[in-house]
Design a protein around this ligand. Structure first.
Ligand SMILES: NC(=O)c1ccc[n+]([C@@H]2O[C@H](COP(=O)([O-])OP(=O)(O)OC[C@H]3O[C@@H](n4cnc5c(N)ncnc54)[C@H](O)[C@@H]3O)[C@@H](O)[C@H]2O)c1
Length: 414
């Protein structure tokens, strides 16, 4: 669904903010405001957006801002309102990395204060001015297949970091600032739950922007960390994060509010991947249906094996569907539930995944997984075994991720 209103991107001179602003232009925004401390970069980006914008009456402007200074943020927000009379989407992407590798005992006040000033208080300033400007606007509407619906008075997305959720050694100044930013965003989102103004957060991991490139120059070992820690063994491209931000900001996410897009979407994606493995396994096993039925007539063991094959595959499918349903439900509405349901949802899912895993493993774990060379005419069966083993890996990952969700629900809430 296109986001065709007015977008204000703060931190649009580089990296994630830049890609997000360009994406808004490309996907039909009526106006995109490029705000950044680096006005030259903002001007260049604003100019570039004209060549990719798709709205016929597209307008753009670059404005200088320093998020440390609330008056500077107010001036930008006022200017946008004056020029375009409303702000539909605001994205707050400004952030700076830790300045040293100091451990807790040795972090200097100057570094700590600088990161709090930009990464935490900067987000507060942006939210303060954006909320004031956006919460009493006339609601906007989107046309869907099933008719017209209100998408609220506006939508704000703040970019924090995985370091707003987990900590790592020697990152005190950055982690503390991002945890603080997360608290600020959550509080603002909670205050505005029923106002029609949506406020959400995106927590990127390593993303290939100048911020990361400079960090790698200072500490090349980050490259090894990316290889080991990132699921795809690479940093995200900034446009990959921009796509998530654009979706969250836009009308397609009109029911998403106060969310931290981190774990549940990954869980949903994992369940889809597991579903694909199940599908491959079941499709391949069905090719042996006639042969196994004939065998089952003469051997009770063959019949038992046949039934177990289908029972375990069915368990896998049902559990994946359940996990997918729970992750989507929590991603969309987790923040509106009370503490107990948010605690029970992961606990019930962990139990379901655990039993499914044991059930499937009990039957399939002894099998070869088909990787030791193929038997004549058994290629499809081996393929099914491979997919089932992959399904078991997915269930393992889902199990750990739901344990993570449970811990997160207890310690930090939604
Ligand atoms: N790149 C990553 O690996 C990564 C990972 C996790 C989180 N993040 C977060 O994503 C956000 C965007 O990071 P990025 O990688 O695109 O960084 P970037 O350095 O490419 O862009 C940041 C932009 O913010 C601007 N800026 C800095 N201080 C400012 C200030 N006081 N006022 C106004 N503008 C200011 C800079 O001029 C720059 O254009 C940050 O909040 C960052 O912490 C990045």
């Amino acid at each position: 669904m296109n986001a065709n209103g007015v977008a204000l991107i703060i931190g649009a001179g580089s990296g994630i903010g830049l890609e997000t602003a360009l994406l808004f232009a490309e996907r039909g925004a009526r106006a995109v405001v490029f705000a950044d401390q680096n006005i030259d970069a903002a001007l260049e980006a604003s100019e570039k957006s004209k060549s990719i914008a798709t709205a016929t009456d597209y307008e753009t402007v670059a404005l200088i801002v320093d998020v440390r200074d609330r008056a500077s943020v107010k001036a930008v927000v006022d200017e946008v309102k004056k020029r375009f009379s409303r702000i539909d989407y605001a994205v707050n992407s400004v952030g700076i990395p830790r300045q040293t590798e100091a451990d807790t005992a040795n972090v200097q006040d100057s570094e700590y204060d600088l990161l709090q000033e930009i990464n935490a208080k900067g987000v507060l300033h942006c939210l303060q001015e954006e909320i004031t400007a956006m919460k009493d606007q006339e609601p906007a509407y989107a046309e869907g297949r099933n008719g017209r619906r209100s998408i609220g008075t506006g939508s704000i997305v703040c970019i924090t970091s995985l370091s707003a959720v987990v900590s790592s050694p020697n990152s005190m100044s950055y982690t503390a600032s991002k945890f603080a930013a997360r608290g600020i965003i959550k509080t603002a989102a909670t205050e505005n739950l029923r106002s029609g103004l949506r406020i959400n957060e995106v927590c990127p991991g390593y993303t290939d922007t100048p911020l990361l490139q400079n960090a790698i120059k200072r500490k090349p070992a980050i490259n090894d960390l990316i290889q080991k820690a990132m699921p795809l063994r690479r940093a995200a491209a900034p446009e990959e994060i921009a796509n998530v931000i654009h979706f969250l900001a836009g009308p397609g996410a009109s029911f998403v509010n106060g969310q931290t897009i981190i774990l549940h979407f990954a869980q949903a994606a994992l369940a889809i991947y597991g579903g694909k493995q199940s599908y491959v396994a079941i499709t391949n096993l069905r090719k042996y249906e006639n042969a196994t039925k004939k065998l089952a007539k003469v051997s009770s063991e063959a019949e038992r094996q046949r039934q177990k094959t289908y029972a375990t595959q069915t368990t896998g499918v049902i559990t994946l569907f359940f996990s997918f349903f729970m992750s989507v439900l929590l991603a969309r509405e987790g923040s509106t539930y009370g503490f107990l349901p948010r605690l029970l949802a992961p606990a019930v899912t962990i139990t379901a995944v655990f039993f499914a895993r044991e059930h499937i493993r009990g039957f399939w774990a002894g099998k070869t997984s088909g990787i030791k060379g193929s038997l004549p005419k058994m290629g499809n069966y081996e393929e099914a075994e491979k997919s089932t083993h992959e399904l078991m890996n997915v269930l393992d990952l889902l199990m750990f991720s739901w344990i993570g969700t449970l811990v997160a629900a207890i310690i930090i809430g939604y």
